[in-house]
Design a protein around this ligand. Structure first.
Ligand code: FAD
Length: 533
């Protein structure tokens, strides 16, 4: 059975980006927020470190801009960087106003504690102990649940965007008029008509075998926007977090950068430090350098993991600064107050994505995007730690402001065709989905990971093309499921990453290829344009 709904604004995603947009839109607008699982199931709730912003007198917009540009390895859009960081203080105050319980300086009720992370020249990361994302997520969720104009649909997976060009409505300038969605509890397809649609679906790190991200980080919004006709940019820049807990039962538990910021040292299995051999900033070097140093040493030694050691600090300091990490590690049998923790790098953050302007507007009228699913120009070739939550807030607010000012008419929802299921049957070969999931993630890890070569990328390209065909056949013949939709999107995202990586004939920031180990003089972002444009 198929259902039809209509709303002023459809927000796909309930992370920091989606919920900020929902809460920043006028209360006179009807808003519908969709998410795959429950409201808190995106990466936002997993963020530990914090939100970067200019909050201290000794800091300045110029310094934060300079640090962001340095991390971005020459590829940031300076206008986007300035735009975002100029709004950082306001964005963080907005979070404080919503009630996010950020940590105060010991003994103060008013002054917030700021931490320092890799690549930052100042302490400028506001945090809620070591579970900042959870505090933000819970606070914003409480607010949206109270808002009478916001309707929430949990367990609803967006399948594809609906555009007038796809509907072949020649009387209309191409615009986004809604989305098809799968209710995963009832297996019903839902057709949602909207004046405006905002993608806040997060990143795509699940395309790699090891990731610090939750299961839903399958790049759905990037793939949907691409299929709808939007350009994507800088997809080759995937950040690998240097330190995830290495334990067979820990599903990619991240050991925050702040542990290194507060004095944690990276060590080889024999206890020697090594990162200073790669960069004079040692443990505080940007993530790409640290991740590559770890990858290099692991491959050189044939080691399964290396170690992060903060046990030289007083136990009370460790427990009060990192209560969540301390407890989780202890649960896996490691007491970080007494011993080094085993770590490996893992795919962590998608720097590229749907290309948007300063208002979060995509190439398609009526379609906006914010957060990790986007390319705004802020991160360039590498993201500076804790700039991503900031980007979510700033661009979600900008998109909300722009939507509030626009005056788009509702497309007649009755003109939207319902999802057609008449030609498809239940699958009798679900193994195709699980096999292809594993295959994509494995070859992306092996061939398109921290260190690349043209040969590896070509190998990955051949494989993804075959898989895409197989998945398309499956998609056309069998009933859709959430797994199939995610797999279809992962294959698109994998291909976008491979194509972008192949087109970059240099090593820069997060993209390191042995085929071109040096930086080129030509500074260009990678933009891919879908064929139909
Ligand atoms: C372990 C970890 C630690 C981090 N630490 C920090 C940090 O300290 N500071 C920082 O700035 N950043 C950090 N990050 C990055 C940051 O958390 C993310 O970039 C940010 O939260 C992304 O927010 P978002 O709103 O774009 O997406 P998310 O929070 O990932 O939310 C995505 C939403 O989209 C929904 N969704 C996805 N696809 C669909 C679909 N097809 N249909 C319907 N809904 C869909 C999901 O259900 C979810 O609700 C961290 C990330 C991780 C994983």
């Amino acid at each position: 059975m198929s259902v039809r709904l209509s709303t002023d604004v459809l927000i796909i995603g309930s992370g920091a980006a989606g919920l900020t947009a929902a809460l920043s839109l006028p209360q006179s607008m009807n808003i519908l927020v969709l998410c795959k699982g429950d409201l808190g199931s995106g990466s936002t709730a997993w963020a530990q470190g914090g939100v970067a912003g200019v909050l201290d007198e000794v800091d300045s917009v110029d310094q934060h801009v300079a640090d962001t540009l340095t991390a971005g390895a020459g590829l940031c859009d300076p206008k986007a960087v300035k735009y975002t960081i100029e709004r950082s203080t306001q964005a963080i105050h907005w979070l404080i106003e919503q009630g996010v319980p950020f940590t105060h300086v010991d003994g103060s009720d008013v002054e917030f504690h700021l931490t320092r992370e890799g690549g930052h020249s100042q302490r400028r990361v506001i945090h809620a102990a070591d579970a900042t994302g959870l505090a933000i997520s819970e606070t914003l969720i409480k607010k949206v649940r109270q808002a009478p104009n916001i309707q929430i649909l949990e367990n609803h997976v967006a399948i594809d965007l609906i555009t007038t060009s796809k509907l072949a409505d020649v009387e209309q300038e191409n615009r986004c008029v809604g989305a098809y969605v799968l209710n995963t509890l009832s297996d019903e397809a839902v057709t949602i008509g909207s004046k405006y649609t905002l993608i806040g679906t997060g990143g795509a790190s699940k395309v790699y075998l090891f990731t610090s991200n939750p299961d839903g980080a399958t790049g759905d919004g990037i793939a949907m926007a691409w299929r709808a006709g939007c350009r994507v940019a800088n997809m080759e820049f995937n950040q690998f977090h240097p330190t995830c807990l290495f334990h067979p039962k820990a599903k990619s538990f991240l050991i925050s950068e702040a542990v290194r910021g507060e004095g944690g040292l990276l060590k080889l299995p024999n206890g020697e430090r090594f990162v200073h051999n790669f960069d004079s900033r040692a443990e505080l070097a940007p993530r790409d350098i640290v991740a590559r140093a770890i990858d290099h040493e692991m491959k050189r030694l044939g080691a399964d993991n290396l170690f992060l050691d903060i046990s030289h600090k007083p136990p009370e300091f460790i427990k009060s600064h990192f209560p969540t990490i301390y407890k989780r590690c202890l649960g896996y049998g490691f007491d970080m107050t007494k011993e080094p923790i085993p770590i490996v790098p893992a795919a962590h953050y998608t720097c590229g994505g749907v290309r948007v302007d300063q208002h979060g507007a995509t190439d398609i009228k009526g379609l906006y995007a914010a957060g990790e699913s986007t390319y705004t120009g802020l991160h360039g070739a590498n993201r500076l730690a804790s700039n991503s939550l900031l980007e979510c807030i700033v661009y979600a607010q900008a998109a909300a402001e722009q939507i509030a000012k626009s005056n788009q008419e509702q497309y007649d929802p009755m003109k939207l065709p319902l999802w057609d299921e008449s030609r498809v049957s239940d699958s009798d070969e679900k193994v195709v989905i699980t096999h292809n999931w594993d295959e994509i993630r494995r070859f992306m890890w092996d061939y398109v990971g921290i260190v690349r070569t043209d040969k590896r990328l070509e190998r990955a390209k051949r494989r993804v093309q075959l898989l895409k065909q197989e998945i398309a056949e499956y998609y056309n013949n069998f009933k859709i499921t959430a797994d199939l939709l995610e797999l279809r999107n992962l294959a698109v995202v994998a291909e976008l990453i491979i194509e972008s990586a192949l087109s970059r004939k240099e090593s820069r920031g997060l993209h390191y290829t042995r085929s071109y180990p040096n930086k080129s003089d030509k500074i260009e972002i990678t933009v891919l344009t879908p064929k139909q444009n």
